[in-house]
Design a protein around this ligand. Structure first.
Ligand SMILES: [Mg+2]
Length: 140
């Protein structure tokens, strides 16, 4: 699968890449604007992202605005809801306001809180069927 990692801090990008690298091809971007550009480009190339890890606090365009841009792009393109990217917000601020904004106004798929760890993230990916099952991974 194709994965887009978006965070303004290099440490966080590297951490997510380390956790996710065996699950697919990871691209890294440093702010919301780059993320939206990469998302659109991938879609236009016919090789869209299946999973987006999106930091909320970033300079220039933040994660909430990038989320809204990505979802509105998918809507404009008539992407079926079942085929939309799984977008997981990554936030240090687990506040009600941020969560409400991301889920109800932005329509993110889910969110995780920093510090990110593999168990927490893999549990989320399991929910969205983005983690190979035990049988599949032992078979191949
Ligand atoms: Mg940040």
């Amino acid at each position: 699968m194709r994965i887009l990692i978006v965070d303004d801090e290099q440490f966080n990008r590297m951490l997510l890449q380390q956790i996710l690298k065996d699950l697919g091809d990871c691209d890294l971007t440093v702010d919301g604007r780059e993320a939206v550009e990469a998302f659109i480009l991938a879609h236009e190339e016919g090789n869209p992202y299946h999973l987006v890890l999106l930091d909320i606090m970033m300079p220039d365009m933040n994660g909430q605005d990038a989320l809204k841009s990505i979802r509105s792009y998918e809507r404009e393109r008539g992407v079926d809801e079942a085929k939309q990217a799984v977008i997981i917000m990554v936030t240090a601020l687990d506040t009600e306001a941020q969560v409400v904004e991301a889920f109800f106004r932005g329509r993110c798929t889910d969110y995780i809180t920093k510090p990110v760890n593999q168990v927490q993230l893999f549990n989320k990916l399991k929910e969205y069927h983005l983690l190979p099952t035990a049988e599949a991974s032992s078979a191949g």
